[in-house]
Every structure is written in structure tokens, then in C-alpha cells.
Design a binder for this molecule. Structure first.
Ligand code: PLP
Length: 405
């Protein structure tokens, strides 16, 4: 039996074997605690962490003292949003974010609303973009933080982070970006993006799970964060807890590989995406691209297939790992909140498939995916009475006024 094809790299990525190799000694012989400065085990661990911190900082153009290691982007987002809100609560109680953030940001904001903070959730356009002018218009004298996702994890849209950063700077407001889906894939330099805080995680860039980072600007004026975890005072007192040395070493190696290979990889993966998009477009009619045609990361293709539901497509394709844009709980399927915020009609949102191309996908795999998805969509449409109406030229009758199918 052949290996299933993995094309869901926005959810997670496989560990690069080169990364695993650098981690192995720290899972075995070099098990020391990086904070144990009285012996060689500890020193060895600390040296490894220092090297990794340099590698991580180097990928995003900051200094090593500006990297706070966390357990992943969920924690980094929580730390950025709540840490700023609690630290600067005497300055103001207003936060600006968007409706298409990752739940780590959205739910942190909702939690803050329960304790008296005011949050503006900016809408997005049909591509999933926030306009910088909207951000500026939402600023009040109470605004302490703007938090905006860099690259959307469902549709791959790249937000105008630099422009928003300029606005934040002009008004002296702190600016956080969840850059988890951008870092390692497109250029993500903290000075160019003009961010004060930036979240990311190793497992979306061929590193291990359970390790991430928050970039926290140190340049004047120095930025303080109220910690979520109190304890041994690691990570400048911002994030207590014994450092995950093997994870950090792997994260560092993953960052170095991304830095070295990103340009070449982006070209290769963009070509695979074009092959996928053109292949599917040629074989299947009535498909729609979700997200921006050009302002998107190389590995993302999100398509809606009219007259079929993504759950039905996926359940017929067990040999291919893809994702729908929707969340399902037992018996009901909800359209994705991101596609909904972009104004995609429910029947199209329910037919959305997210293709996440990554480092190990090949042109042969793309060919297989095109064939299998095309065959599955054709099979499902044959069973659809609505599709049959359209085939008979009765498109008006097939799509009721209220959009319900
Ligand atoms: C995956 C992801 C997260 C969560 O990262 P974890 O390391 O799994 O906690 C947060 N934000 C975005 C945009 C993501 O894609």
C-alpha cells in the first residue's frame, strides 16, 4: 500500500530529519537543565539554547535578547495580548484586532472583555484583508494594543502589516502580529514589519511541536509584559518554567533551514500550487478561489466547489490529507468563520477545501491529488439534483434567492 499524501501543512508540518538529528543528543546524553550553572550538564544545555536563540532571532532580524521561548503560538498569542493588556491597564482598556484572527487571539480578547476591556474586531474585505485606514479609524485615546494576523491560516491572505505598524508607531500604540503562518515561508523581518511583538511556532515550519516564541521588542521605549506564568524567573521573568532544551534546539535548527532555503522553497512550492490550481480548474467547472489571487503565501490554495460539500469530498479521499474550511461538531457542520467574515456565501463556504503544500510535496503527488479530487467532485455532482438542474440550464431554479441549498 502506498503512503497517504500529506497536503495539510497549515495544520502542522512533518519534522525535518535534519532537525531531528540536531535534537537527538538533547533527548539523550545532553539532558541538562539550562539553568543549572554549577556543572557541565547545565552549561552544555545553556550553550545549546544560546545557539538556538541566535538562529531563531536571525530568521526574523531581531536580537537574541528579544526572543521569549514559549510552548507554542497559542501561548505566545495569550502572552502578547493579555501581557500587554494587564501591564498597561492604567494607560487604557481598548484593543483593536480583526474578526479573522486565530482563536488564540480572539478568545484571549474575549476573556479580556469579561474583565472590563473593550475590543474592536475589524471586519475584512472579500479577500480576507484588513485595510490600514480601518485600523487608524478605530484608534481611541484608550487604545493600548493592535493585534493583527500576518498570514491567514485558512486562505493564506497576507495582511498589510508594515502599513499598520506605521500607524501604530504614529500613535504610540503597541503592535502585535500572529505571524505563525508567515515565518519561514515569506520574509518576516521585525523591523520591516514594524511590529513590537510577534508570535510563531516551530511545528508549522518543520520543527517539533510544543515549542514556540514571542518576539518582544527591547529597543526604546522598553516594552514590559505582565507574565502569565510565575515561577523560576526564566526568560527575563516573562515566562517561568524549565526550558524545553531539545525543542528549542530543534526550533533553532528549523529556523536556520528556513532562512537558508526559503527563497528556493517558495519558488518550488508556488509552482506546485500553480500546477494544482490549473490542474483542478481544467478538470472541474464551477470552482472558486478563496482568498487573494496574489497576496497569499506560496503553500496555500483554498477552493470552493459548487454543489458539493467539503466533508463529502474529504470522506471519499482517505488517502489524501486535506482540510475543509469548516468546523464540525458531531452532527452539524458550521461554515468557517474566516470565509463567513470574507462574505463567502454559506453554500460555497461549506464546499471549501484548503490545500496546504509544503516542503515534501512533489509534482507527482500534485497530479494524484488533481485526479482524485476531480473524480470525487464529479462523483458527488452526479448525485446532486441541483447540479443536474444547472446542467439542464436551469441555474436560477437551482440557486434560491435566499442562497439556501
Ligand atoms: C497553528 C497556529 C497557532 C497555534 O500554534 P500552536 O503552536 O499549535 O499553539 C496560532 N496562530 C496561528 C495563525 C496558527 O496557524
Amino acid at each position: 500500500m502506498s503512503q497517504p499524501i500529506y497536503m495539510d501543512s497549515h495544520a502542522t508540518t512533518p519534522l525535518d530529519p535534519r532537525v531531528l538529528e540536531t535534537m537527538m543528543p538533547y533527548l539523550t546524553n545532553h539532558f541538562g537543565n539550562a539553568a543549572s550553572s554549577t556543572h557541565l550538564f547545565g552549561e552544555h544545555a545553556k550553550d545549546a539554547v544560546d545557539t538556538a536563540r541566535d538562529q531563531v532571532a536571525n530568521l526574523i532580524g531581531c536580537s537574541e535578547g528579544e526572543i521569549i521561548f514559549t510552548s507554542g503560538a497559542t501561548e505566545s498569542d495569550n502572552l502578547a495580548v493579555k501581557g500587554v493588556a494587564y501591564q498597561y491597564k492604567n494607560r487604557g482598556n481598548h484593543i483593536i484586532t480583526s474578526t479573522v484572527e486565530h482563536h488564540a487571539v480572539l478568545d484571549s480578547c474575549e476573556a479580556l472583555e469579561e474583565s472590563g476591556f473593550d475590543v474592536t474586531y475589524l471586519p475584512v474585505d472579500k479577500y480576507g484583508l484588513v485595510q490600514p485606514q480601518q485600523v487608524e479609524d478605530a484608534i481611541t485615546d484608550q487604545t493600548v494594543l493592535i493585534s493583527l494576523i500576518y498570514v491567514n491560516g485558512e486562505v493564506g491572505t497576507i495582511n498589510p502589516i508594515t502599513e499598520v505598524g506605521e500607524i501604530a508607531e504614529k500613535y504610540g500604540i503597541l503592535f502585535h502580529s500572529d505571524a505563525t503562518q508567515g515565518i519561514g515561508k515569506i520574509e518576516s523581518d521585525v523591523d520591516k514589519l514594524k511590529v513590537d511583538l510577534m508570535s510563531f511556532t516551530a511545528h508549522k515550519m518543520y520543527g517539533p511541536k510544543g515549542i514556540g516564541a514571542l518576539y518582544v521588542r527591547k529597543k526604546a521605549p522598553p516594552l514590559q509584559l505582565y507574565p502569565l506564568l510565575h515561577g523560576g524567573g526564566q526568560e527575563n521573568n516573562i515566562r517561568s518554567g524549565t526550558l524545553n532544551v531539545p525543542g528549542i534546539v530543534g526550533f533553532g535548527a528549523a529556523c536556520e533551514l528556513c532562512k537558508r532555503e526559503m527563497t528556493e522553497e517558495a519558488t518550488r512550492i508556488t509552482a506546485l500550487r500553480e500546477q494544482l490550481y490549473h490542474g483542478l480548474s481544467k478538470r472541474i467547472e464551477l470552482i472558486h478561489l478563496n482568498g487573494h489571487p496574489t497576496k497569499r503565501v506560496p503553500g496555500n490554495l483554498n477552493l470552493s466547489f459548487e454543489f458539493v460539500e467539503s466533508q463529502s469530498i474529504l470522506s471519499g479521499l482517505k488517502e489524501i490529507a486535506l482540510s475543509s474550511g469548516s468546523a464540525c461538531n458531531s452532527d452539524s457542520v458550521e461554515p468557517s468563520y474566516v470565509l463567513r467574515a470574507m462574505g463567502v456565501k454559506d453554500e460555497l463556504a461549506l464546499g471549501a477545501i484548503r490545500f496546504g503544500l509544503g516542503r515534501y510535496n512533489t509534482t507527482a503527488e500534485v497530479d494524484t491529488v488533481v485526479e482524485c479530487v476531480a473524480a470525487q467532485v464529479a462523483r458527488l455532482r452526479e448525485l446532486s439534483p441541483l447540479y443536474e438542474m444547472v446542467q439542464n440550464g436551469n441555474y436560477e431554479a437551482a440557486i434560491p434567492e435566499n442562497g439556501e441549498v
